[in-house]
Design a protein around this ligand. Structure first.
Ligand code: FES
Length: 109
């Protein structure tokens, strides 16, 4: 694998783990990556931190940038929020995230 690609692991709502190779130089976010891999992420708001359909739980210990106020506000209104909840659309793909493991939150969360 080239350095310009990382691997992320996404567990879907049925419990299957998907291994996804992601280019780091395309300015993608995790929501786009999941959607692009046909995972069930509606992304109704198009990545504006306004719908929470890209809600994931972060299972690995990667240190992610702190959530913005917009992300915090949206998570305040979402269901099934846990300490490790994040909005996929607010997680920018970078080389540091190689091996990131997340799990999709329940639908409507
Ligand atoms: S896509 Fe809507 S909050 Fe992430």
């Amino acid at each position: 694998m080239e350095n310009s690609e990382i691997v992320v692991f996404v567990t879907d709502r049925e419990g299957s783990e998907h291994t996804i190779e992601v280019p780091v130089d395309m300015n993608l976010n995790l929501m786009e990556v999941m959607k692009g891999s046909d995972l069930d992420v509606k992304a109704t708001c198009g990545g504006m931190a306004l719908c929470s359909t890209c809600h994931v739980y972060v299972l690995s210990t990667h240190s992610l940038p702190e959530p913005t106020d917009a992300e915090e506000d949206m998570l305040d209104q979402a269901f099934d929020v846990e300490d490790n909840s994040r909005l996929g659309c607010q997680i920018k793909i970078s080389a540091e995230l190689n091996g990131l493991k997340v799990k999709l939150a329940p639908e409507g969360a």
